[in-house]
Design a protein around this ligand. Structure first.
Ligand SMILES: Nc1ncnc2c1ncn2[C@@H]1O[C@H](COP(=O)(O)OP(=O)(O)OP(=O)(O)O)[C@@H](O)[C@H]1O
Ligand SMILES: [Mg+2]
Length: 281
């Protein structure tokens, strides 16, 4: 493990947050993430799809009053894409336009490297030095070194799992620069509360949607399903219920249609529909 980066400049806030508005995270996990970040370690969030990896950083930065920028790493197609692109401007000719990422490196804030394993490993080279104790990189187009501001924090997210095509194995050098934290689906009663807070649905409806969500997630863990559902279909079902659809319709459109109907009665979709029926009764 690397030695922690010695911070220069004013200290970052150290007070404890009781929680994050509208976002569930166990208090211990939240504390560990914060303590890693404030000690100069970067954090890699992993976990099933839809379990809050991308949202966490945004909600957390907002609650801390911190500037935040999310880099969609899947859009990085060449090593130079991190920093900017050349554009032709009428009258001026070709100019270099910096990315927001490059600008954010030099001012306090949180940078989220979202889906960091969706860009090929060779594209990670320019950011390796940014993420270690050097905290600087030479940007040819600017003709100077860019030093990462002492109060810049990094969170990366990574999608892993059976159904994640288009992802790359992370190079050890990059992986080693992060402390990994796994985010889990919230407990059933918390999901029900989050749904009921956001949509005009009954407590009973919220509980059923939460039950289905947790059950399908467990079935994925047990290898009975090929896909995780995360929180997205739960919100989708609650939205339909809030607009007056029946429970049957809401659950079918939000959850079951995500699974393949191939194989008819033997299909994953049939299994999901049967599971839902069993939980609604
Ligand atoms: N713990 C949570 N508390 C409240 N809302 C959550 C939580 N986890 C996920 N959500 C909600 O579920 C949705 C999906 O979350 P998000 O996009 O952060 O998932 P993700 O883990 O990044 O998924 P993917 O791996 O597919 O990118 C968002 O609307 C988010 O607000
Ligand atoms: Mg995400």
């Amino acid at each position: 493990m690397e030695t922690p980066h010695k911070r220069e400049g004013p200290p970052l806030p150290q007070g404890e947050l009781s929680g994050l508005p509208g976002f569930y995270i166990p208090s211990e996990t939240l504390r560990v993430i914060e303590d890693f970040l404030f000690s100069g370690f970067h954090v890699m969030l992993t976990g099933h799809s839809g379990c809050g990896k991308t949202t966490f950083g945004q909600v957390w930065a907002a609650s801390r009053g911190m500037a935040v920028h999310k880099v969609n790493c899947g859009a990085i197609r060449s090593p130079r894409d991190w920093f900017g692109r050349h554009e032709f401007r009428e009258g001026t000719g070709t100019v270099f336009v910096s990315t927001r990422f490059l600008e954010m490196l030099e001012r306090p804030g949180l940078i989220i490297l979202d889906e960091i394993n969706r860009t090929a490993p060779e594209n990670h080279n320019p950011i390796l030095n940014l993420l270690d104790d050097n905290r600087e990189v030479y940007v040819e187009e600017l003709g100077r070194h860019v030093r990462v501001h002492p109060e810049v924090l990094f969170i990366a997210t990574r999608n892993a799992g059976r159904h994640h095509t288009g992802t790359f194995r992370l190079d050890h050098a990059l992986e080693d620069r992060f402390q990994e934290i796994r985010l889990e689906l919230p407990p059933e009663e918390v999901i029900a509360r989050l749904l009921a807070e956001k949509y005009a649905i009954s407590a009973e409806q919220a509980e059923i949607v939460a039950r289905v969500t947790v059950k399908l997630d467990r079935m994925y863990e047990e290898d009975l399903l090929s896909q995780t559902t995360g929180m997205r279909p739960a919100f989708a079902a609650a939205a339909l219920l809030g607009r007056g659809h029946s429970l049957e319709t809401a659950l079918r459109y939000a959850f079951a249609t995500r699974y393949s109907g191939e194989g008819g009665p033997e299909s994953e979709r049939t299994l999901v529909l049967q599971t839902i029926q069993g939980l609604v009764k």
